[in-house]
Ligand binder design. Structure first.
Ligand code: CLF
Ligand code: SF4
Length: 522
């Protein structure tokens, strides 16, 4: 494994003393104070928060970052370039054949790129997908174990495409020594994967680290890793860099402990906490896959996210992307941008065209926010403790614009008198198999959304409609092509009326029979 360390450290810019907390940091600190109220429409934080809910400086940083803003992920895309193959630690949920689990679902990276190839790819994607606003480096190893390639890539891209935000994901071991370089390259979004703050727990997740030219094992390795992660986090937030913490939820190992992790990162100024389910299967060849370590169910994950939600912003829309993912979260267009195809492409990176397109996106987005607010206001004064979940088929733009049979995932919203709050997504296998429906697939979909009262779709055929109704899930196609949240609130108002009038009985739905990881197709 040591051979995987391909490079020595690159020149690091270190200041003599820490900079004082700047204005942006001050804003972040102020911002931490408000509670997450999701889609209530009142003052709120959370990754679902909107323009009026946070200081202008923070809004500028997150408004078109699909990971840092749940709201933005309906409209803006990100891409990763796989320029960082080496890693300096071993996680029990990772096999080097697969993408980095810090930021990706298990699946091989199609191609590793040089910084120059990566820069060409970014320009090609930015010309084709004008709503691609963020370039992330997230593996397949650890970007900071490959600092020369990582920072060269950032340098080339910031020169050629100055409107693209730069984003980095790391295990944190090498973070403190690279903080000044991160700042120098204007990387203002950094993700650190922190799975523990207790080295005894860490030793069950990390068998070894490679540090100071030595391989270190067990509790000592976890202690060094944890120290570096937390110190790196503090150093970044002191410099006004927005930090997201990813944590992999591993039942029986760190599930309860992640509440402690949440407190530790919150107190050090993290902007967002993303608790992700462990994805573990024997065929991945990881330690956890081979020992049968299970991932959490969707309900276990939601319960932990709920218990951490308070002052801390929780991310719930992560798709555990590949290290070479391209497109909106939840879609993968990487196959359109292989090196061969890029080399043959005529790249026309035009800032004005991109700007004009993004202005249209913002107009649409404002219309969506206003429609939601108007619908919410019409529910003012409604008193009820009822909460329901609904599943939504969408292919983006915040609209109900996907057919039931074409949905590869359903977005899940929790509806209450406070509004519509995004609480996660469920990946499913396609029902429509080109002219006929897959009955076995339908059973799987029903199990995956079994805790939902309704499923919102642009269109649905008679057969699946009947089966959903038999399972007690109402298929709703009356809001086809409409905005999701506005429609969901309108549906909920009607639902409450139907319950009040006795037309229907409110049913507390059982658990969906799924494990997030298990449903993700390779
Ligand atoms: Fe990539 Fe990560 Fe930046 Fe996003 S992903 S480096 S912050 S641009 Fe996003 Fe993908 Fe989840 Fe990561 S959905 S895995 S959180
Ligand atoms: Fe794998 Fe990423 Fe962990 Fe390294 S940090 S072992 S690449 S999951």
């Amino acid at each position: 494994m040591d051979a995987l360390l391909e490079e020595g450290p690159i020149e690091v810019v270190v200041s003599d003393e820490l900079k004082s907390i700047d204005d942006v940091m001050q804003k972040i600190a102020e911002h931490k104070g408000c509670g997450t109220k999701g889609g209530s429409g009142k003052a709120s934080c959370g990754s679902g928060a909107g323009q009026g809910d946070m200081p202008a400086e923070i809004w500028e940083k997150v408004k078109n970052h699909p990971c840092y803003s749940e709201e933005a992920h309906h409209h803006y895309a990100r891409m990763h370039v796989a320029v960082a193959p080496a890693c300096n630690i071993q996680c029990n949920y990772c096999n080097r054949k697969y993408d980095c689990a810090n930021e990706s679902r298990p699946g091989v990276v199609s191609e590793k790129l040089t910084p120059e190839q990566a820069a060409k790819k970014v320009l090609a994607v930015a010309s084709t997908i004008p709503q691609m606003t963020v370039l992330g480096i997230a593996g397949p190893g650890d970007p900071l174990a490959n600092p020369a390639k990582t920072f060269k890539t950032f340098e080339l891209i910031s020169q050629a495409a100055p409107d693209i935000k730069l984003c980095l994901s790391t295990n944190g071991l090498a973070l403190p020594e690279h903080v000044e370089t991160i700042k120098k390259f204007n990387v203002d979004h950094v993700t650190i994967t922190i799975n523990m703050v207790d080295p005894e727990i860490g030793a069950q997740i990390y068998p070894w680290i490679f540090y100071n030219h030595k391989r270190i094992e067990g509790v000592e390795a976890a202690r060094i890793l944890s120290e570096h992660q937390l110190r790196g986090l503090e150093m970044l937030t002191e410099r006004g860099i927005l930090c997201k913490i990813n944590s992999v939820m591993i039942p029986g190992i760190n599930d309860h402990h992640l509440v402690e992790v949440n407190k530790a990162v919150k107190s050090r100024g993290a902007f967002l906490h993303n608790i992700m389910p462990l994805i573990s299967a024997p065929e991945h060849g990881t330690v956890f896959g081979l020992t049968g370590q299970r991932g959490p169910t969707a309900q276990e994950l939601k319960a932990l996210q709920d218990s951490c939600e308070g002052e801390m912003n929780m991310m719930r829309h992560c798709r555990q992307c590949r290290a070479d993912a391209v497109g909106l979260l939840g879609e993968d267009r990487s196959a359109e941008f292989t090196t061969d195809k890029i080399m043959a492409m005529e790249v026309n990176y035009d800032l004005d065209t991109r700007k004009a397109y993004q202005e249209k996106v913002e107009t649409e987005r404002q219309a969506k926010v206003q429609a939601k607010q108007a619908e919410l206001e019409s529910m003012a004064g409604e008193m009820s403790d009822i909460k329901i979940l609904v599943a939504v088929a969408t292919k983006g733009s915040g609209r109900i614009n996907e057919h039931f049979g074409h949905a590869k995932e359903f977005q899940i919203y929790e509806l209450s008198t406070a509004g519509a709050k995004f609480v996660g997504h469920r990946r499913v296998d396609l029902y429509c198999q080109g002219g006929f429906g897959d009955d076995a697939g339908l059973d799987t979909i029903i199990r995956a959304i079994n805790d939902c009262t309704a499923v919102f779709v642009a269109k649905i055929g008679g057969c699946p409609k009947n089966d959903l109704l038999k399972a007690g899930i109402e298929p709703v196609d009356q809001y086809a092509m409409e905005f999701i949240e506005q429609s969901a609130i309108a549906y909920f108002k009607d639902y409450l009326q139907r319950v009040k009038s006795g037309e229907i009985a409110h049913v507390v739905r059982g658990d969906a029979d799924i494990r997030q990881g298990a449903l993700i197709s390779a």
